[in-house]
Design a protein around this ligand. Structure first.
Ligand SMILES: CC(C)(COP(=O)([O-])OP(=O)(O)OC[C@H]1O[C@@H](n2cnc3c(N)ncnc32)[C@H](O)[C@@H]1OP(=O)(O)O)[C@@H](O)C(=O)NCCC(=O)NCCSC(=O)C[N+](C)(C)C
Length: 496
């Protein structure tokens, strides 16, 4: 298996369903087995959330969505799969039995990953005929957005399996980390368990309620952890002397009574009820689906912020997203301008997402510029100015923009943009873009822009090469026959 073409998911709950979405949105056909009578509905809802999140996450050309095929048996589900992901409930006997059944029916070269949160792969592979291809692939919820997968091999897992698994997760836009030795709960869940135990004590002992505890996390170190881990953060906390100073300063506290987490709190009915009631109050009537949507919007926002971090190079999960998008663009067919039927070029389709809407309940100002920027990027790709071209040292920069807002775009509205070239020469590219409401076909906004071809290292405008100018000229000549768009050349203050 060099590339995953067919995936199989055994178990379609919260984690299994989100694996289905991750595979399908990476263009991979997925066979699914889950005996739950409502499996199709549940997975359909996860898919809908995932598609909604991806529409906000990226404008890169995703491959056509993989097919979802619901099967009646494990055997039928796994027999042709390249990657099989087991996500059944967290009980050793159940998981081991299912994995043994998968092993018997799968191709000998198929990879078998388990989503277990803490069981040892050696225990899971104990009864397999081909245990060398089995490993833990432990993801984080929501699997379709959070990129991490902990890859853990058991005693019988081969090195090649882990290497192939690393390539597999990369193909679907995830970040594989190999855990050197198997241990219950691996790395992520060990850390979470420590925090969870301490949190339960703090609630039990009435030190704080669930909302206060969550606030302590999300207004402080939770934000740090999204972009740097524990050690990098503490290195900075050590000041100029770095990690060594941090250890000298806070090392002695380890001996102080700052934790109770090695004791196990008694999760009796009273504590369960106390936590349940505080958590209900915190949710303030929001359903789980609503909370999932808020979570997804926030995660997308964080990933976007991280994508432009580190001087635009991207940082952490944002760099991973930028690299994944660059691959999608490189794999996509080189776009060609359709000049057969002369009209403004249709450039992109998008949707007004919740993160784009302001306190007036409509798409906010800077998102228009974002869509126009994405539109000019789309036009540039049509004349061969893509990421490779930019990496080679040349680009087009916008030097002037005039936006008119003609109508409102509301949450969830489908939009598309078009672009008409008004003129061009060896340096200049003068364009007129329009954003339309896809349902009403009414123009929502227009932008007239001037872009200059630049040598990006020198930071100076220079003539574009013939390979770009030839394509540009063909579009400009075709568009010369179009009427000048209403609004072109308008200035602010002009009567209308
Ligand atoms: C580097 C820069 C773009 C240009 O600086 P320069 O090399 O000094 O160029 P000149 O100012 O001399 O201009 C070269 C020729 O172009 C003519 N010109 C300049 N501006 C306009 C205009 N608004 N309208 C018409 N013509 C214009 C100028 O008269 C010169 O003509 P000649 O006949 O004498 O050659 C520099 O301006 C710069 O760095 N600007 C900042 C760019 C920027 O950061 N833009 C925001 C980025 S957003 C973006 O780019 C979006 N996207 C394209 C990536 C989607």
């Amino acid at each position: 298996m060099s590339q995953i073409k067919n995936a199989a998911c055994v178990g379609g709950g919260v984690i299994g369903g989100a694996w289905v979405a991750r595979f399908a949105l990476a263009g991979i056909d997925v066979k699914i087995f889950d005996p739950h009578p409502e499996a199709e509905r549940i997975i359909g809802e996860v898919m809908a959330n995932a598609e909604r999140a991806y529409a906000m996450l990226t404008m890169a050309p995703l491959p056509p969505k993989g097919k979802l095929i619901f099967c009646k048996s494990i055997e039928e589900t796994v027999k042709d799969a390249d990657w099989i992901q087991e996500s059944v409930p967290e009980r050793l006997e159940l998981k081991r039995g299912v994995i043994t059944q998968i092993d018997a029916a799968a191709r000998p070269d198929a990879l078998i990953g388990s989503s277990t949160s803490g069981l040892l792969p050696s225990d899971l592979q104990a009864e397999m005929k081909h245990p060398e291809r089995m490993f833990v692939a432990h993801p984080y919820n929501p699997v379709y957005l959070l990129p991490l997968v902990e890859l853990v091999g058991g005693k019988k897992t081969s090195k090649t399996t882990i290497e192939r698994a690393m390539l597999g997760v990369e193909q679907i836009g995830m970040k594989g980390v190999v855990i050197a030795k198997e241990i219950e709960a691996f790395v992520g869940d060990r850390l979470l368990e420590a925090l969870w135990r301490e949190a339960l004590w703090l609630i039990q002992d009435d030190i704080c309620d669930t909302e206060t505890l969550d606030n302590v996390m999300r207004y402080s170190f939770g934000m740090r952890w999204a972009q740097m881990g524990l050690f990098e953060t503490y290195r900075i906390a050590g000041g100029e002397a770095g990690m060594r100073h941090f250890l000298a300063q806070f090392g002695p506290c380890l001996k102080w009574p700052w934790t109770k987490f090695t004791d196990v709190v008694d999760l009796d009915d009273a504590l369960v009820e106390k936590i349940g009631a505080q958590s209900d109050a915190q949710a303030a009537g929001r359903s789980i689906r609503e909370l999932e949507r808020i979570r997804d919007e926030n995660l997308v926002g964080i990933m976007h912020a991280l994508k432009s971090g580190n001087g635009g190079e991207g940082w952490g999960a944002g760099k991973l997203l930028a690299d994944f998008e660059a691959k999608l663009w490189a794999n996509a067919k080189k776009p060609e301008a359709d000049l057969g039927d002369v009209k403004p070029l249709h450039i992109l389709d998008t949707k007004v997402s919740a993160a784009w809407v302001d306190y007036n309940g409509h798409m906010t100002e800077h998102r228009y510029l974002q869509v126009f920027g994405d539109t000019s990027d789309g036009l540039l790709r049509l004349i061969g100015v893509d990421l490779e071209y930019v990496r080679d040292g040349h680009s087009y920069y916008t030097v002037e923009t005039h936006i008119r807002n003609l109508g409102e775009a509301k949450l969830g509205d489908a939009l598309y943009s078009t672009c008409q070239l008004l003129s061009s020469d060896e340096k200049r590219l003068h364009l007129f873009s329009t954003i339309y409401n896809a349902a009403t076909k009414e123009a929502v906004a227009t932008a007239e822009q001037m872009m200059l071809h630049v040598d990006s290292k020198a930071g100076k405008s220079v003539a574009a090469p013939a390979k770009v100018l030839d394509k540009l000229k063909a579009i400009t000549e075709a568009h010369a026959g179009l009427p000048t768009p209403e609004g072109a050349g308008r200035f602010v203050g002009q009567k209308r």
